[in-house]
Design a protein around this ligand. Structure first.
Ligand code: GDP
Length: 570
């Protein structure tokens, strides 16, 4: 069996040219890389190259290190390049030859040959250690890194509590909620207009998902997507970004179903509300009636002895807007909102998309720390470096402090709204975290995280995991809602408190599912039939949704579930 120059070179892990040079040094004539070699020559060359393979590999390593350093320096310059697609393979401490070959996408025999070159004789199923694997990978021109069994905490993602002296006041972040057509969008527009200087008014401002206004030298941040749906779907993903909710109620229409939903959603999230009593310019506006309706639904405004501020406004005419903004600052002041601007940024993704020309684009809200252009960043299951940042006026900025919404470029993929983001010290850390997260997501998708259900309620109570059973009640008539609410609340005992977090007339909606998902609640419906879209969403969100025709059957089920005596559903 004849061996050709290129075959031997490959086996020795060197280039054909290098081998030919070596052969010529030894006065062995070869014409090119296809020349055949006799057995003796092959033996000689193998001996020669296997003598000091480690040293040469060490040399190679040095060169490789230099290369990465140069690349890193380049990245620090103004033109920051996305590191996301650079391939570095992460490997555990020990790995079988087979697994290693698969990881570096080489054949087992190629790897074994290299191993023999290092004086290691291992079969496909045998383990090799990380250093050996690294040497061989380098030989193939592949960089590998040791898989670190570090938790995100150790990688610097855990929020060490800020020292009081490091905390500075930060602007409040506001969400606008309310019934459809009550004027949420108009109010946001009116608010944006209060702050527009004559010069900006003509220009095109880019929509980034949030806007900022300045009142008496203080900033207020508004999330641009109105409605409790966006608010709650973020919360269902574990994100809380809103400091104050503006509840818009049209003075000519009063409290409507979605007004009630918004109230429940804000209360479930423990977010203070300010009522914007809108459309007061309308001749049929009836503010007193609205205030009365609000009080009947658990929102007691100041005039009525409560502590909820109510501001009459006309979004259309721009009346009362300044007053509303001042009230926002007042409520914010009482909350003492603070953050530490002098550390790596953390926050939440408000929205994200894949832009045809710019790639993944995400609007994020910095909630703590300061984000800078060039920072390596992790957002959900994506990572990268902040290549550029645009503020809410569409201007390029270099850094963004607490309570700043910015659009960023430079992520590997588009994250999801509600994903948390963290700036980290090094690209390497960002990559490691995301690899771990992706693995975890794969794992979790196999056994979806279970929310509370009547089936396993008793078990959770016994294990002390459930102290409050949150329930949402929907029925065809108000009488049923009230009756069920009262009977359910009475089921509370020493171990578990039954709480109806939302009750309403009408069918079960997607918004109900998201509220249940965000608040770990179950949903009970009477004489209402959810659409298949809603049922599917409930399945996806793992929300226990039950419909009944008879009230007492529902009460019985909940009671039985609390005692661990519920008959399983077939
Ligand atoms: P949204 O569905 O809550 O976002 O409501 P919109 O902002 O789209 O407003 C619904 C309708 O009410 C639009 O036709 C607005 O022009 C009108 N509208 C909003 N605010 C006012 C107001 O203060 N006064 C009057 N008269 N109409 C208003």
């Amino acid at each position: 069996s004849k061996v050709r120059v290129y075959q031997l070179a490959k086996e020795l892990g060197i280039s054909s040219k290098e081998l030919i040079g070596k052969l010529e040094e030894l006065d062995i004539a070869v014409t090119n890389h296809m020349s055949t070699l006799d057995e003796d020559t092959v033996e000689i060359m193998k001996e020669l190259y296997y003598e000091e393979p480690k040293e040469e590999i060490e040399d190679k390593k040095q060169i490789d290190k230099k290369n990465t350093k140069q690349k890193k320096n380049k990245n620090n310059s103004d033109e920051v390049e996305l590191q996301a697609d650079k391939k570095i393979i992460i490997m555990p401490d020990t790995i079988t030859v087979q697994e290693f070959s698969e990881k570096i996408e080489k054949s087992v025999s190629e790897v074994i040959t290299k191993l023999i070159g290092l004086g290691v004789f291992a079969s496909a199923n045998q383990q090799i250690d990380f250093d050996t694997a690294a040497s061989i990978a380098l030989d193939f021109g592949i960089e590998i890194e040791k898989e670190e069994e570090k938790e995100e905490v150790e990688l610097g993602l855990e929020q060490t509590p800020d020292k009081p002296e490091d905390l500075k006041e930060r602007p409040p972040v506001i969400t606008v909620m309310g019934h459809v057509d009550h004027g949420k969008t108009s109010l946001l527009d009116a608010i944006r207009n209060t702050n527009v200087t004559a010069r900006e008014a003509g220009g095109i401002t880019q929509h980034i998902g949030a806007s900022e206004v300045e009142v008496n030298g203080k900033k207020i941040v508004f999330l641009d997507t109105p409605g409790h749906e966006a608010f709650t779907s973020m919360r269902a993903r574990g994100a809380s970004v809103t400091d104050i909710a503006i509840l818009v109620v049209a003075a000519d229409d009063g409290v409507m179903p979605q007004t009630l939903e918004a109230i429940s959603h804000a209360k479930a999230a423990n977010v203070p509300m300010i009522v914007a009593l809108n459309k007061i310019d309308k001749p049929n506006a009836n503010p007193d009636r609205v205030k009365q309706e609000l009080s009947e639904n658990g929102v007691l405004i100041e005039e009525w002895g409560g502590d909820t501020i109510c501001v009459p406004v006309s979004a259309l005419k721009g009346e009362g807007i300044d007053n509303l903004l001042e009230m926002i600052l007042l409520v914010a002041e009482m909350q003492e909102l603070k953050a530490n601007p002098n550390k790596l940024a953390t926050g939440t993704v408000i929205e994200a998309k894949l832009d045809k020309s710019r790639g993944p684009v995400a609007t994020i809200l910095v909630q703590n720390g300061t984000l800078k252009v060039g920072d390596p960043i992790v957002a959900g299951a994506s990572y990268g470096r902040v290549r550029a940042m645009l503020n809410s006026k569409g201007k390029n900025i270099k850094k963004a402090g607490p309570s700043t919404a910015v659009e960023i470029l430079g992520l590997s993929d588009a994250p999801e709204a509600g994903d948390k983001f963290n700036a980290v010290k090094e690209d390497k850390i960002a990559r490691q975290i995301v690899e771990k997260r992706r693995a975890k997501i794969r794992e979790e998708s196999l056994n979806a995280t279970a929310k509370v259900s009547l089936e396993d309620l008793f078990k959770h109570i016994k294990e002390g995991e459930v102290k409050e059973l949150n329930i949402i009640v929907k029925a065809d008539v108000q009488g049923s809602v009230e009756a069920v609410k009262q009977s359910l609340v009475k089921l509370s005992n020493d171990e578990v408190k039954v709480k109806v977090i939302h009750g309403g007339v009408g069918t079960i909606t997607e918004s109900d599912i998201m509220l249940a998902s965000a608040s770990n609640a179950i949903i009970i419906g009477f004489n209402v039939r959810p659409s298949s879209t809603v049922t599917n969403l409930a399945k996806r969100e793992n929300v226990d949704l039950r419909t009944y025709r008879i009230i007492y059957e529902a009460i019985e089920d909940v009671e039985a579930a609390m005692k661990g005596m519920l008959d399983p559903e077939y």
